[in-house]
Each structure stands twice: as structure tokens, then as C-alpha cells.
Ligand binder design. Structure first.
Ligand code: IMP
Ligand code: MG
Length: 201
């Protein structure tokens, strides 16, 4: 049976300028080409730093990390292991993107929290902030349960939006380009790629 997903390693000379860090690997996912933009080593280093910062900020506390499914599952799993905190983990699931590479602007809740966050210190963990609508939706929803505090960690920020709260822990500020890998998908494919790839136009 022919697989829908073809990871095709293309010749590194096709668009060498788009791949950095000396890694010119290109792949094709569905109908689009992508090139490595942030290597797994760079991600791991940054996540370690964020974990250390969060450990300091929440020393003596017992925060609940709330991952936004599906995209944040890998970032969250690495981030919590980069902390030395006694913590809890829960997930919320929203749908906002469909199968396209641009935001649909419509958000629906598909899975709510399984725990009570009233009077708890909550750290929302998101994969990427694009229009900011998803994060705004999640934070507004969680605030209704009256947590003691709520902060946000986002692996990637495209810096396209003004939210009415800060993103306290940002992995990387990136250009407003479509990216995949390390949890991020294109039409549900490519979440398991170790590196982060950018769409080659
Ligand atoms: P926003 O609501 O426009 O900020 O979009 C946030 C959600 O859309 C993220 O949690 C991702 O799931 C998805 N998303 C946004 N940009 C990208 C991207 O470049 N690649 C893959 N998914 C993305
Ligand atoms: Mg997401």
C-alpha cells in the first residue's frame, strides 16, 4: 500500500540559502518542501534553559503544566523533564487549524482539563503563537477556574499578535513562516521530526 506521507530527501543544492546551521537537509511532506531551520540540538539547549528558569521561578511551588494538544506534546514532555519541580501535568485540546497552513480563526474546545486548577499555579504550554487566538482562547478559559497564577510558555512565537498577557517563556522568536517538526504538523504529518523545518517557498 502506498503511504500518504513521503519524506523525500532532496538534493541539498536546491535551496541551500534556506537551510542554516550547515544542515541543508530538505524533505517533502505531502505536497510541500521544507528545510531545517532550528536543529534538535538548538531546541534541546533552549528547552534546558527554559526549564532552569521555570525551576527557579517556581521553587517551592507545585505548578500544573497544561499542554495544548496536539502540537505541544513533545515540547511539554521535554520542558517538564528540564525542571526539577514537583509538578502536575494535564492537557487541553483545541482545534483551530484544520489541514491548512494558515489559521482558520475558528477555535473549538475538544478536550477540557481533567483536574481542578482553582488556586493552583498554572503554566500553559503551547507549541507556537501565530495569530494568538488559540492562546487567548485557552488563557481566557482557564482563568474562569480562578487559578492562583497563570503563565505561558511557547516554544515558538511568530510575533504577529498583541495579547493582553505576556508570553513569559519563549523558546524562539521566528519569522511568520510555516514550520513543522518537534510536535508541529502539516496536515497531521511530521510531528515526529526531531528538528524544526520551515516551508520552502
Ligand atoms: P494561532 O491561534 O493562530 O496563534 O495558532 C496557533 C495554533 O495553530 C498552534 O497551536 C498550532 O497548532 C497551529 N500553528 C500555527 N502556526 C503553525 C505553523 O507554522 N505550523 C504548524 N502549526 C501551526
Ligand atoms: Mg497548537
Amino acid at each position: 500500500m502506498k503511504s500518504v506521507l513521503h519524506y523525500v530527501l532532496a538534493a541539498s543544492t536546491v535551496v541551500p540559502a534556506l537551510a542554516n546551521n550547515g544542515n541543508n537537509k530538505q524533505i517533502t511532506v505531502h505536497d510541500k518542501k521544507f528545510a531545517v531551520s532550528i536543529t534538535h540540538d538548538e531546541v534541546a539547549q533552549r528547552v534546558r534553559t527554559l526549564g532552569e528558569q521555570i525551576s527557579k521561578d517556581y521553587a517551592g511551588k507545585r505548578p500544573i503544566f497544561v499542554g495544548v494538544l496536539n502540537g505541544a506534546f513533545i515540547f511539554l514532555s521535554d520542558l517538564v523533564r528540564a525542571t526539577d519541580l514537583d509538578c502536575e501535568i494535564d492537557f487541553i485540546k483545541i482545534a483551530s487549524y484544520g489541514d491548512a497552513t494558515t489559521s482558520s480563526g475558528t477555535i473549538t474546545l475538544s478536550k477540557g482539563l481533567s483536574c481542578d486548577i482553582t488556586d493552583r499555579d498554572v503554566i500553559v504550554v503551547e507549541d507556537i503563537v501565530d495569530s494568538g487566538l488559540s492562546l487567548q482562547f485557552v488563557v481566557d478559559l482557564l482563568k474562569k477556574s480562578n487559578p492562583r497564577s497563570i503563565r505561558v510558555a511557547a516554544l515558538l512565537d511568530k510575533n504577529l499578535c498583541k495579547l493582553n498577557f505576556p508570553i513569559d517563556y519563549v523558546g524562539f522568536n521566528i519569522k511568520p513562516e510555516f514550520v513543522i517538526g518537534y510536535g508541529l504538523d502539516y496536515a497531521q504529518a511530521a510531528r515526529n521530526l526531531k528538528d524544526i523545518y520551515t516551508l520552502v517557498l
